[in-house]
Write a protein that binds this ligand. Structure first.
Ligand SMILES: [Fe+2]
Ligand SMILES: [Fe+2]
Length: 329
């Protein structure tokens, strides 16, 4: 993909550096009260993280290890991690981790984006939802795959079981990222990897950046697994809504298949993720339980902030935004 246009001094510094410019390494990152909404910070983080995935056209792959780039990334992460710690860290109890994950998810009262998309959203809003989601969905499962070499035994087997499904069990036409491409093409969207990074808001970049933060640092392996568990455990019902919304708006079965696939697959994945993956991992690493729950809460928080952003953009009536019960996300 092409380097996206900078959105401020931090992303400009990084972009110039990556194309070979001589940049002052002492650039100030400053303070950020709402880092998830900061366009410059989130884009700079997204670009810095992408060097660990596929990189950019015209950027030397060795830039991944440029000490000044790595140092900037660490400084960019500081306000972001501080915000996540302040807003998403909770104390674990002595209950099994799968039970605590379930309780976290049941207690979450985020915006009711999925039912809105099912029943009310016009095609243009559904398209915007898919466009934003493409920033992660075209690399679906890639961030969590970083954990595979860090795991052992039952936890490793569980993660590989989930990831194998995400990658279509070795069949390209069943890869979730490819199914998502079919949905994008139905909506007339460009399905090239990273195409919409240049236009999406900070919060959409933040949804991906929290995964990449946890993915590239061994220190955050527990959080990465908790993040995956939260994604899997909050997937089945919303995807049923998304599928129905897509069909209402004229999608064929194939064009809605990304969503219907997740209704069935994630009913299984949520059990594997909560019990076999996080349960085994916490058994092997009892001190990691706090990080597992932290990662799960970060996933829920970012999902909610993303939904709030879309609702705010669409100026949808508040009555759609809060759910009356815990069943309908
Ligand atoms: Fe998936
Ligand atoms: Fe899944």
């Amino acid at each position: 993909m092409q380097l996206p246009p900078p959105r401020g001094p931090l992303s400009a510094w990084l972009t110039n550096r990556l194309i070979g410019g001589d940049q002052d390494p002492a650039i100030e990152v400053g303070t950020h009260a709402r880092p998830f909404a900061d366009n410059d910070l989130q884009l700079a983080l997204w670009v810095a993280y992408e060097l660990q995935y596929r990189g950019f056209d015209g950027v030397e792959p060795g830039c991944q290890w440029d000490p000044d780039v790595v140092a900037l990334r660490a400084r960019l992460e500081r306000p972001w991690i501080d915000w996540l710690e302040a807003n998403c860290r909770i104390l674990p109890t002595d209950r099994p981790v799968a039970e605590q994950l379930r309780a976290l998810i049941d207690a979450d009262d985020g915006p009711r984006l999925a039912p809105y998309l099912r029943r009310h959203a016009p095609l243009e809003q559904f398209r915007e939802f898919v466009l934003n989601r493409s920033v992660y969905q075209l690399k679906e499962a890639d961030p969590h795959s970083f954990a595979i070499p860090r795991l052992d035994g039952a936890a490793k087997a569980a993660l590989v079981e989930i990831e194998a499904d995400e990658y279509g069990g070795g069949r390209r036409d069943r890869m979730h990222s490819e199914l998502f491409r079919t949905t994008m093409r139905w909506l007339g969207l460009d399905d090239s990897y990273g195409y919409y990074v240049r236009v999406v808001p900070a919060v959409t970049l933040a949804v991906s950046n929290v995964m990449s933060l946890f993915a590239i640092h061994c220190r955050w392996t527990g959080a990465l697994l908790g993040h995956l568990a939260a994604l899997e455990m909050t997937s089945t019902l919303p995807n049923r809504h998304y599928a129905a919304g897509a069909i209402r708006l004229g999608a064929s079965e194939a064009q809605a298949r990304y969503f219907t696939e997740h209704v069935e697959a994630d009913a299984v994945h949520e059990q594997v993720a909560a019990h076999d993956l996080c349960g085994s991992y916490v058994q092997q690493h009892p001190d990691a339980i706090g990080d597992v729950l932290f990662g799960a809460r970060c996933a829920l928080a970012m999902d909610n902030l993303f939904a709030e952003h879309l609702f705010a953009t669409w100026e949808v009536a508040l009555r759609h935004q809060r759910r009356p019960d815990t069943a309908a996300r």
